[in-house]
Ligand binder design. Structure first.
Ligand SMILES: C[S@@+](CC[C@H](N)C(=O)[O-])C[C@H]1O[C@@H](n2cnc3c(N)ncnc32)[C@H](O)[C@@H]1O
Length: 226
């Protein structure tokens, strides 16, 4: 079976031109079956950028990033049925959908309301339950309850990387864990420094994943904390 996301035909949903990008997750055990998950990804980068410039959302939320693919592949065998999972900066929601397919209670958070609508749509179509809520990772509000926090590709700006470290410390401080996927973005060092200041360490292990829209393989570091 294919393991890379595949672009499907272009359709218009919630005012955005999108197409399916699909991933087959490895089975959690030799007796388990592989899971096929897909998300709605933008098919028109120009449309997304124009909307973002006019104040209509975060262009990064419209793309399925290699970090999400790398983290989603880590979830079978690690996410337990009934576990409460938060996907922070969910974007197209691949990790949220993967965790839901594994039986977790998932809350997907992002500041882009349009991305959340597309994720809800994809979840319904796949018969999966994913709760969504608008949330500012860099804001003061406490995270909702969660035992595992997923942070895929949110270290690309210094302020966001600092906020991500603060959110990881918040989760671990409550007895939870976090998994972070990062393709060596500019905020990696700031993230590690901020985490260290909170008494925590993250060790990124290299994984390879497909690039955006079927581009060449991208190396992604994945770290589990807590
Ligand atoms: C590079 S994308 C990664 C999306 C998804 N996790 C993935 O890997 O495919 C970054 C995501 O973080 C979200 N984001 C950025 N800043 C945020 C903030 N302050 N609060 C909440 N979400 C934010 C963006 O809207 C976008 O969905």
């Amino acid at each position: 079976m294919e393991e890379q996301p595949h672009p499907g035909p272009i359709v218009e949903l919630h005012g955005r031109c999108v197409r399916r990008a699909e991933l087959v997750l490895p089975p959690a055990s030799p007796s388990a079956r592989a899971l096929r998950i897909w998300v709605w990804e933008t098919a028109d980068a120009e449309q997304v950028l124009t909307a973002a410039i006019a104040g209509g959302g975060d262009p990064y939320a419209a793309i399925l990033w290699p970090a999400a693919v790398a983290v989603a592949r880590e979830l079978p065998g690690r996410v337990q049925a009934g576990q409460r999972v938060l996907d922070l900066g969910t974007g197209t929601g691949l990790c949220a959908l993967a965790a839901a397919a594994l039986g977790a209670h998932v809350l997907a958070l992002d500041h882009d309301a349009g991305a959340l609508r597309l994720l809800e749509h994809a979840a319904r179509q796949q018969g999966l339950e994913v709760e969504t809520a608008p949330f500012d990772l860099a804001g003061d509000a406490a995270l909702p309850p969660g035992e595992l926090g997923i942070l895929a590709d949110v270290l690309y700006e210094p302020a966001l990387a600092r906020a991500a470290a603060r959110r990881v410390a918040e989760l671990v401080g409550r007895g939870g864990r976090a998994v972070i996927g990062d393709p060596q973005r500019v905020g990696r060092e700031i993230f590690l420094e901020t985490l260290a200041a909170a008494g925590l360490a993250a060790r990124f292990e290299p994984r390879s994943g497909p690039g955006p829209a079927g581009a060449d393989s991208v190396s992604v570091g994945v770290a589990w904390v807590g």
